[in-house]
Design a protein around this ligand. Sequence first.
Ligand code: PBG
Length: 324
Amino acid sequence: MFPIERPRRLRQNETLRALVRETHISVDQLIYPVFVRSGEGVKEPISSMPGIFQWSVDTLTDHLTKVFSLGVRSFLFFGIPSHKDSQGSHAYNPDGIVQIALQSVKDRLPQAVLIADLCLCEYTDHGHCGILRGNTVDNDLTIDVLARTAVVQARAGATIVAPSDMMDGRVKRIRQALDQSGFDEVPIMSYAAKYASGFYGPFRDAAENTPAFGDRRAYQMDPANRNEAMKEVFLDLEEGSDMLIVKPAMPYLDILSDVKKSVRVPVAAYQVSGEYSMIKAAGLQGWIEEERVIEESLTSIKRAGADMIITYFAPEYARWHSEQ
Ligand code: PBG
């Protein structure tokens, strides 16, 4: 009888489809990025990211307590400092905003995984990811400051540090500094393949880190390059990275898939602000079924090879799934 192969046999109803489903998302593997600023009682909407807010330490701690109870237990911290300068010195101030937030959330939720984003762009008055010499970011000066910042973050209670600057040699320098300060157990989750992407647009509103001049193409990767991603990945692993991030996620699923096939460490994909906001905007217009598209986007990222997904949808996703 023709046809012999009828793949539709296994698609007849939801129970059967669930039985043969290849990709599953677990809330255990979602990481929720958050923005914290000074003040009290702050819950400031970010207009280009509906549903995402800048928080003060008190409101953030309460918010994350609720999110934790939904099953999302890993958080990525970004800070908006009260003071910016050419050196980004607030980044390594022990009383800096992220440090205080880490302490507060750690006190409330000792079991949570607290990941500190490690970069200077939120802290420099020029908005670049490092220390300038003339109009360029000086690599080696920058990695010293990042290493110093990593130690301060670890001391404040960061479970993991996540360098997102894309300087060369930073993982090694950070590892040395952590080890010398007694933090040899703090893992490094490096943004190994981070592209110079237009999809970060809304984040720049959220984190207030738009470069005052130029752009980040002299340190972040060219979106056209695929081999170079593997070069970056292997360098980070040699230098001591424990986990890797590919960023953005959906436009770079080929890279994610390459990376996952080539390494033996956990790989995260960062579904960035622009990916979030495009789905939200189209959803609000009624142009797409938002919930369905969120599920599909996360599934595609998982299917391509992500072990973990950094996503602003984490609490929403967890909420629907806890109600089911
Ligand atoms: C820089 C940083 C950026 C993001 C995370 N870390 C922005 C940039 O490189 O300009 C973007 C995240 C997002 O868009 O959601 N430290």
